[in-house]
Design a protein around this ligand. Structure first.
Ligand SMILES: [Zn+2]
Length: 193
């Protein structure tokens, strides 16, 4: 009597046709695994863990994969070439514009305030901070070294000194020839000489 329900309860593995608890001793345990996991996960807890770990690994791999593609390679792609571009652009521009010349421009600010900008003195080995001091002293006005629109330093001198500045420059820094000094007038570059 006690044996009676047993045949009913015994389920044989469809893969190796052995009772599930013998599958691991069977010829094709690997193939039994999916069926065992589905029907007898309690019999082989290690199997389930193994599968989960493998799946977790896969997920981790995937995450790492996307991490690599969107993270490091992307990051490298955005940071490295950008740096190159930044280096290349000003480099190229400066080389083209590096013609030794001093450009003076009168700029009206706030309608009443006039400023004379002096660009390019540094190309003749003139220290801009020193030049700015000298210009301020000579014309009894405010002068300062500021970053120009092209990120290059320029000297801003308060007031319109454009008519006296050429002589002052050539007197103060003999290395700057008058022929290298230009004015910007109405957006056009005009030689001072
Ligand atoms: Zn089996």
């Amino acid at each position: 009597m006690a044996d009676k329900p047993q045949p009913v309860r015994v389920v044989y593995c469809p893969v190796c046709s052995m009772p599930p608890e013998y599958c691991e001793f069977g010829p094709d345990f690997e193939k039994c695994k999916p069926w065992l996991i589905q029907n007898f996960p309690d019999l082989y807890p290690d199997l389930l863990k193994e599968t989960n770990e493998r799946d977790a690994d896969k997920v981790a791999d995937k995450l790492q994969g996307t991490g690599i593609s969107s993270g490091s390679s992307d990051g490298a792609a955005t940071s490295a070439p950008k740096q190159e571009e930044v280096k290349r652009l000003p480099g190229g521009k400066i080389k083209k514009k590096e013609k030794q010349e001093v450009v003076i421009e009168k700029v009206i600010r706030n309608k009443r305030k006039c400023i004379t900008t002096v660009k390019g003195l540094e190309l003749f080995g003139v220290k801009l901070s020193d030049a700015s001091k000298k210009l301020g002293k000579k014309f009894a006005t405010g002068a300062s070294v500021v970053k120009g629109p092209t990120e290059k330093d320029q000297i801003d001198v308060q007031g319109d000194i454009s008519y006296d500045i050429v002589e002052f420059i050539t007197d103060t820094w003999p290395d700057v020839p008058e022929s290298a000094i230009y004015f910007i007038e109405d957006g056009k570059k005009v030689p001072a000489a």
